[in-house]
Design a protein around this ligand. Structure first.
Ligand code: F3S
Length: 385
């Protein structure tokens, strides 16, 4: 491939992987079974990114493995009703067309594991999107480093990734025991525990105790929280927690979580409630629909939920979308507020249950944000019942 025997696209992709492999002292490359690419929204990659992708597509690049895509800047079906302007839509469409020509599945979600990209345990993959990276390493047991959009694309095109980092057994062992001095109850608690752990553990694999009523939504929230505040790409949950041999122990108390929640308290009145960072699962949509039963979102507030097309379709068949939308909420696919056109965020004061969303909305976009769990949001920003 490096010599160009497989064409210019594979050569360019292999040059990138070879230089990354050299920089990371990888002994060799390893074949991958799937890829997930980030850097999809026109808000994030702009014209330079669009040009890069069109160049690759023009050179005849085709992905060799199942390859999914992170959220775009728009709901592909309802971008007009979201308030997206036509020029943004056209640019976004060009980006997606380039990916499509390369054979990438236009899943447009940060939860690809709920949309058909579900690799086998111990298989090597090349995934970008930090929250999905943590989830795939920790929950599914596949192996990936935290790839960037271009490196994940290069791996998808060649079918290989450098064999180093989290692909190797020695880097997947638990390094820090995280002692929870309280019982986490909500996804928000777990999200903030992840956020705090990511700050304390600079590198390594934190190990959490098995806590009561642990759900997949908790694991999704933990993955996103961990990925937000540091470089962690994997965690473990241990049933044998007390006997664990690890380098260090870190305690997290309920007051630590409270402190983060107090830091994220909006200064003005909330006018938007946002769930779905990472994209909502079916059980989260079911929960919101259930909580909204017999209630209506307050007139001066909008309730936005974000999910993948595949979860949306399942929820629609179950009548959950209708329930949420009849109560005044809106469920969008393919995008999220962090990667939408920035003008859609003007004047918004947001309440969300995701530490990742709160962090990026404040630091990247200067939005005023409150962190609240789903129950409190529905109770505070809807009426009836
Ligand atoms: Fe997904 Fe957007 Fe959050 S891509 S993880 S919903 S910032």
């Amino acid at each position: 491939m490096l010599r160009g025997d497989y064409g210019p696209a594979a050569q360019k992709a292999m040059e990138l992987l070879a230089s990354i492999g050299d920089a990371l002292n990888a002994e060799k490359l390893t074949p991958i079974s799937s890829a997930h690419i980030s850097g999809v929204s026109y808000t994030s990659i702009g014209d330079a990114g669009l040009l890069f992708l069109e160049d690759f597509a023009f050179l005849g690049a085709r992905v060799k493995v199942f390859t999914s895509l992170n959220p775009a800047g728009i709901d592909l079906a309802r971008w007009g009703s979201m308030g997206v302007k036509e020029d943004f839509y056209k640019k976004q469409k060009q980006i997606l067309d380039a990916f499509h020509r390369m054979g990438v599945k236009l899943t447009c979600t940060c939860t690809p594991y709920l949309s058909g990209n579900s690799p086998k345990i111990n298989s090597d993959v090349a995934w970008a999107e930090s929250s999905a990276v943590v989830y795939v390493n920790s929950v599914l047991g596949a192996r990936t480093n935290r790839e960037t959009g271009p490196s994940a694309l290069a791996s998808a095109i060649t079918g290989y990734t450098p064999l180093c980092g989290y692909h190797l057994d020695e880097n997947r062992r638990g390094s820090h025991r995280i002692v929870l001095e309280f019982e986490p109850k909500t996804s928000l608690d777990v999200s903030v525990i992840g956020f705090l752990t990511g700050k304390y553990v600079v590198s390594g694999v934190p190990v959490f105790p098995k806590f009561k009523n642990l759900t997949f939504d908790h694991l999704k929230a933990l993955s996103a929280g961990l990925a937000t505040s540091g470089g962690i790409s994997m965690f473990r949950i241990s049933g044998n927690f007390e006997e664990l041999e690890v380098e260090e122990e870190i305690s997290i108390e309920s007051s630590d979580v409270k402190e983060v929640l107090e830091r994220y308290t909006a200064n003005s009145l909330v006018n938007t409630v946002f769930f779905g960072c990472p994209h909502c699962s079916l059980s989260e949509l079911r929960r919101v629909a259930f909580l909204l039963e017999g209630r209506r979102v307050k007139r001066d507030v909008r309730l936005w939920l974000f999910t993948s097309k595949s979860v949306y379709n399942q929820a629609r068949r179950l009548g959950l979308i209708d329930l949420i939308e009849h109560a005044g909420g809106r469920v969008y696919c393919d995008t999220c507020p962090i990667v939408m056109p920035l003008y859609l965020l003007h004047g918004q004061v947001i309440a969300t249950n995701s530490s990742k969303a709160a962090y990026y909305l404040t630091t990247l976009h200067g939005v005023d944000v409150s962190l609240l769990d789903i129950n409190s949001c529905i109770r505070s920003y809807s009426v009836g019942g």
